[in-house]
Design a protein around this ligand. Structure first.
Ligand code: BGC
Length: 328
């Protein structure tokens, strides 16, 4: 073949390939997303961002379903997605202890799966390596940050000046490892700073605002001015606790401290105004984008790592403005 012929052959080949790939316009990647329950402030922000990003960035075909806080319901939803033949699943388990069962199902159907928000046990993440992973934030860090915010206050959290930090702990649902970790590490940060602590009250409010209000009201009725600090495992419960604090005639920043996690916009605003002592950014944007990127890689047949971590960030009166949307 002379040079001219070779060139026109190459040109024809390039055009043919181009037309072939144009003609067979690629099918969108089908993503099934299971959320533990839609009725959750933080997970609502998370799933909205996740769907938007998958659609806008990857043109993916996304279906998001509500597990209604019922593992049986969620397992049925996983089976329906498998039957439909989705390319990849993103799962926010209802019960993190069900990870092993869910992995058996997706592995049998050869559908790679990204777990989010509720971290499965480490041994479960080794069951189907390369095809399953967890994307989340290390909850120990969020607890530590809550404690450090208190330790950095001028009175180090001892509002009534009795030499100890008398605290109330309002906990999330124990199915999420965030609950034990935030509960433990917030207090550990205080004792690590050489401070003395005294637990007055500790109960679970399962992440819900109404429960936060009820439990804080109970604690305030029972312990009154003895309480220096109310720690909540998330911001929704802190919003509820704030109402109870106001109803009890107490004033955040003057005679009591209030801490949450998530950095919901209303809470960041409260931190900037001083009606909440601090919160910790649970970066739903970073987590949802990472989960989506990894899910698309897995759908395209690439092997994935077992863990992808996104950092928490402390939010206090000093830096809260940086976390608020820019004013128009
Ligand atoms: C968030 C909570 C949320 C929970 C759901 C946590 O990481 O801080 O606000 O309710 O996840 O599992």
């Amino acid at each position: 073949m002379n040079m001219k012929k070779l060139l026109s052959f190459a040109l024809a080949l390039v055009m043919a390939l181009g037309m072939a790939s144009f003609g067979m316009a690629e099918e969108p990647i089908k993503v099934g997303v299971c959320i533990y329950q839609f009725n959750d402030n933080f997970m609502t922000l998370y799933r909205t961002e996740l769907q938007k990003y998958l659609e806008e960035t990857y043109g993916a075909q996304v279906t998001v379903v509500d597990g209604k806080n019922d593992q049986t319901e969620q397992t049925n939803q996983v089976n329906s997605f498998i039957a439909e033949g989705v390319d990849v699943l993103i799962i926010n388990l209802v019960q993190s202890t069900s990870a092993a069962t869910v992995i058996d199902l997706v592995q049998a159907a050869d559908i790679p799966t990204v777990f989010i928000n509720r971290e499965p046990a480490e041994e479960d993440m080794t069951k189907w390596e390369g095809k399953t992973c967890y994307v989340g934030a290390d909850a120990r860090q969020s607890g530590t940050f809550q404690g450090e915010i208190v330790a950095a206050l001028e009175n180090q959290g001892d509002y009534n000046g009795n030499g100890t930090i008398d605290y109330v702990m309002i906990m999330g649902d124990p199915e999420n490892v965030d609950t034990p970790y935030r509960t433990e590490f917030s207090i550990k940060a205080l004792t690590d700073a050489g401070l003395t602590v005294n637990k007055l009250f500790e109960q679970r409010g399962d992440w819900m605002q109404e429960n936060g209000q009820q439990l804080a009201a109970n604690a305030l009725a029972q312990f009154g001015d003895e309480i220096d600090v109310i720690f909540c495992n998330n911001d929704a419960m802190a919003l509820g606790a704030y109402q109870a604090i106001v109803d009890a005639g107490r004033v955040v920043g003057e005679d009591i401290a209030l801490l949450g996690v998530d950095a919901l916009e209303e809470c960041v605003l409260m931190v900037s105004e001083g009606t909440m002592t601090g919160t910790v950014l649970n970066d739903h944007v970073g987590q949802s984008h990472t989960a989506a990127d990894v899910a698309i890689q897995a759908a395209n047949g690439e092997e994935v790592d077992s863990y992808y971590w996104v950092d928490y960030v402390k939010v206090t009166a000093e830096n809260a403005a940086e976390f608020l949307p820019a004013e128009e």
